[in-house]
Write a protein that binds this ligand. Structure first.
Ligand code: IMP
Ligand code: MG
Length: 177
């Protein structure tokens, strides 16, 4: 158990080395599926900023990076089903090979909404890469690339937050409040 601050405990699940190895595999798989094409990594802020930074370096060849700010939870741990775009893309994705980079798929509501909105902008292709996936069956959408499966617990670290905390933990762990 690590004690990051004011009493909340985080039980480590995936350490830095394990994450790095999996990110390398995901990067190779993404490149293999796209030939020599330029890949536009679409980082979903804020949760996937660290994952995107590492994933970008694991994909050889031409990679562009764009950012999309969304908020689906506020500071609660339950999905509201309402997705708000807080920062839109600055460039059109029409004709681009886009890979949406998400931190975690839980109910899948966020991803469903984003895939619908982004498909309407006519990318050449649109895939989804998620670092973490909560139990299959609950999710309304399956990522094309997924790092690890986690249980129903609330996870933090490596970009993921609990009320804006713990994003800076270098590992992924389950919060125990
Ligand atoms: P969904 O819409 O229910 O799939 O929720 C997806 C979003 O909720 C993710 O992009 C995360 O930002 C957040 N989220 C869901 N589960 C967790 C968790 O266990 N830890 C941190 N954030 C989470
Ligand atoms: Mg979040």
């Amino acid at each position: 158990m690590s004690h990051p601050s004011d009493g909340a405990l985080v039980k480590p699940l995936f350490d830095e080395a394990r994450i790095a190895a999996r990110v390398r595999e995901l990067g190779s798989a993404i490149r293999a599926d796209h030939g020599d094409e330029e890949i536009t990594l679409l980082c979903i802020l804020k949760g996937s900023f660290i994952f995107t930074a590492d994933l970008a370096r694991a994909i050889p060849g031409k990679v562009a990076i764009e950012f999309l700010g969304v908020q689906s939870y506020g500071d609660h741990t339950q999905s509201t089903g309402v997705v708000q775009i807080t920062h839109d893309l600055t460039k059109p994705i029409e004709g681009k090979h886009v890979v949406l980079v998400e931190d975690i798929v839980d109910s899948g509501l966020t991803l469903r909404y984003l895939v619908d909105v982004l498909s309407a902008r006519r990318p050449a292709s649109l895939k989804v890469c998620a670092l973490l996936e909560k139990p299959v069956g609950m999710s309304k959408i399956k990522p094309d690339y997924a790092g690890f499966e986690v249980g129903p617990e609330f996870v933090v670290g490596y970009g993921l937050d609990w009320a804006q905390r713990f994003r800076n933990l270098p590992f992924v762990g389950a919060v125990d409040v």
